[in-house]
Design a protein around this ligand. Structure first.
Ligand code: ZN
Length: 288
């Protein structure tokens, strides 16, 4: 039998066509695949889990939460945020491929020891009054809704610009002790800058929340797509409105000292699959 486009080596027509299309896609250059964040498979880090080739992007989730999958038919990667409170060891990704049963892909989370930081702040910001506690509770409910945002649009980039110039502290993950009381670890990057310094979107996105929060002060949340979110806190002013679409470099506000702070700085958090991860992993250079 003479091979042709629709009849390769005696294969049924549809199988042969699929094989040819898949072959062409697998051999295609991957120049336009997004550059991935740096991998650091620790609590508060990002695991890059190879999902192999597939014509259609596989869907992945971790403990029921959808996970960002990036790549091309030649090779897909799950970009998984690991919560700061995760125990080191093995974690599981649930992967659904078109026409295939649910698959479990394991990946390892290695231990990390973050430094401890002791801070003195106004007593009212640690021992909350009944009124402040009630406010914080309401804000937590609202934050949980924001954090659960999943938009189907894929991010334009997985590499970000610093949202403000300035000295970037390597403070992500610090185990913080406020006035001798242990609190949640620091889940973002602090960048020291004077009040009024413009804060810009480090990547394209949509504004999904703005507000004045008890701990975080004036805050902006951006949705970059597929569960990649970012948050900007302690702002002196907010220059965007909910629903606005921003390009990389668009001014979203200015550095300030609102909320629970010891001085003016930007607190920047990056969230993947509802887990705060180290923003430094998304910067082109290594950060501070
Ligand atoms: Zn901070």
């Amino acid at each position: 039998m003479k091979p042709s486009f629709f009849n390769v080596g005696g294969l049924p027509r549809c199988v042969a066509a699929t094989a040819l299309v898949l072959g062409a896609l697998l051999c295609a250059p991957h120049a336009d695949a997004l550059e991935l964040p740096r991998a650091r498979s620790v609590p508060g880090g990002v695991a890059l889990v190879d999902l192999g080739p597939a014509l259609v992007a596989p869907q992945a989730s971790v403990e029921g939460v959808p996970v960002l999958v990036s790549g091309r038919p030649g090779g897909w990667t799950a970009v998984v945020g690991i919560p700061l409170e995760a125990e080191p060891g093995e974690r599981q990704l649930e992967v659904r491929r078109e026409g295939a049963p649910l698959e479990r892909v394991r990946f390892a989370v290695t231990p990390v020891r973050y430094a401890e930081q002791r801070l003195k702040v106004a007593p009212g910001k640690v021992d909350l009054s009944a009124q402040d506690l009630a406010r914080h509770e309401r804000e937590r409910v609202r934050s949980a809704e924001v954090i659960a945002t999943w938009s189907a649009v894929a991010p334009e980039t997985l590499r970000m610009q610093p949202p403000v110039p300035g000295r970037r502290s390597g403070s992500f993950g610090l185990r913080r002790v406020f006035n001798d009381q242990p609190r949640k670890p620091h889940s973002g990057m602090d960048i020291a800058a004077p009040t009024g310094t413009p804060v810009v979107a480090p990547a394209a996105g949509r504004v999904i929340d703005t507000g004045d929060y008890f701990f975080n002060g004036h805050t902006v949340w951006l949705d970059h797509g597929n569960g990649l979110l970012s948050m900007y806190c302690h702002l002196s002013r907010i220059d965007v409105k909910v629903g606005e679409v921003v390009a990389t470099g668009t001014r979203i506000g200015a550095v300030g000292a609102t909320g629970r702070v010891t001085g003016p700085h930007l607190h920047w958090s990056v969230m993947l699959n509802r887990s705060m991860v180290d923003p430094a992993l998304f910067l082109a250079d290594r950060g501070g």
